[in-house]
Write a protein that binds this ligand. Structure first.
Ligand SMILES: C[S@@+](CC[C@H](N)C(=O)[O-])C[C@H]1O[C@@H](n2cnc3c(N)ncnc32)[C@H](O)[C@@H]1O
Length: 385
């Protein structure tokens, strides 16, 4: 059994391999204890609002052998110590044997032992849904409790929820901004956050100013500004620069944030940016959008165009970056008839010599089911020598 106030559990999103890479970039280390649950030791309380790849975070309150029933006493003591007032209680279970019945049984047995006013949230599944956690404001006051029971092999870890992903806030930022354009693609704000985090410095701090040289409507810039970073956007299309400007003004007004910003029209394959540049985070040109499988010849042409733009862009920006500058680029990757088509530039041997993959970074692909064009995340650094 152990208590450790600086140990946290993270329930990862739809693509856990991306979520855990983000946690490693932010905290330096993260241990995957189940395919979708990671554990991190950190002295600072994690801020879920900046972690696009995490759905829930909890502080570990107990860990022991799964056969040890000592946790029941700990939970009882914890909840009985709360000042008078009604408790709202939800229980979420993860790992082997996790199901709705066990979760409900744990919650109801606690309620019975406590003998005080407790409202138990019904479980539709082993886990209380994110929407129910958010709607019931679990984790926001001491009386609104969600317990997370994680069984990993013969170990049981129990955490108390401290935060859930705010789906409403993401939707608001995505849908309510004044300028959107389906043609340039819709980078989900969560993915923008992940990319910004993957481009943190080696000491895990955020780098400013953060440049997006294919900024489009400005999703990356918006998320970076909210994370407290000065932003710098450029795009070949003047209309996109106007859109990004309007969206950033809207963000500053609606979210009461102040940030440095610079926007300019520029072709990323030839443009000269103002330096210094702290980090480069960008969803590059993704080529033609496809809703049906493209003919092989068309796909080859499209891939060649994208590859050329991205290769020229890297060649152009390389001398403008200080050695070590981190980059996170989302580049297109295509899925046709069971085959994956990567851009040639993503293979280690074809990466321009001024760049290298950052240590420990495996290729990460972000894609919704059945999407033909996915996004491959390249986590790079301007080579130091
Ligand atoms: C996939 S979109 C990026 C969308 C963006 N993430 C957003 O939040 O809207 C790619 C953008 O690259 C721009 N673009 C295409 N070729 C470019 C080039 N050579 N230099 C700069 N921008 C370019 C397009 O105008 C488009 O806005």
């Amino acid at each position: 059994m152990c208590y450790d106030d600086s140990m946290f559990l993270f329930i990862l999103g739809r693509q856990p391999e991306i979520g855990v890479a983000e946690l490693r970039a932010v905290f330096g280390a993260a241990e995957l204890i189940l395919p979708n649950v990671a554990r991190v030791a950190t002295d600072a309380t994690p801020d879920i609002d900046i972690l696009g790849g995490t759905r829930k975070v909890g502080r570990v309150i107990w860990e022991g052998a799964a056969s040890d029933s000592g946790f029941e006493r700990i939970l009882f003591e914890r909840l009985s110590a709360l000042p008078a007032g009604k408790i709202t209680l939800g229980v979420s279970c993860y790992g082997s044997g996790a199901d709705a019945k066990i979760a409900m049984k744990t919650a109801l047995s606690l309620k019975q032992k406590l003998g005080r006013s407790v409202r138990v949230l019904p479980n539709a599944a082993a886990e209380i849904s994110d929407a129910a956690t958010l709607g019931n404001r679990l984790g926001t006051t001491p009386h609104k409790v969600e317990l997370m029971l994680v069984r990993a092999g013969q170990r049981l870890i129990i955490a108390e929820l401290i935060g859930v992903q705010n789906l409403n806030a993401y939707t608001f930022r995505d849908r309510s901004r004044p300028k959107r354009d389906a043609r340039v693609g819709m980078l989900p704000p969560k993915l923008a956050q992940i990319m910004i985090n993957l481009a943190r410095a080696d000491d895990h701090s955020l780098c400013a100013p953060l440049l997006d040289p294919f900024c489009g409507t400005g999703v990356v810039l918006q998320e970076a500004a909210l994370m407290g970073v000065g932003v710098y956007g450029s795009d070949i299309e003047p209309r996109m620069i106007e859109y990004s400007g309007k969206n950033l003004d809207w963000l500053a007004r609606t979210h009461h944030v102040k940030f440095d910003q610079k926007l300019e029209v520029g072709d990323a394959t030839t443009h000269t940016w103002q330096t210094p540049i702290g980090a480069v985070v960008s969803e590059t040109y993704l080529g033609q959008p496809y809703t049906v499988q493209p003919a092989p010849k068309k796909l080859r042409q499209n891939m060649a165009t994208c590859n050329l733009i991205i290769e020229k862009f890297l060649g152009n920006i390389a001398p403008q970056l200080t050695p070590g500058t981190p980059l996170c680029l989302a580049v297109p990757v295509w899925f046709t008839g069971g085959k994956i088509h990567h851009l040639p530039i993503t293979s280690i041997n074809s990466l321009p010599p001024d760049f290298e993959y950052r240590a420990g970074q495996k290729p990460l692909i972000y894609r919704r089911e059945n999407q033909i064009v996915g996004r491959e995340l390249l986590v790079l650094a301007r080579r130091r020598t």
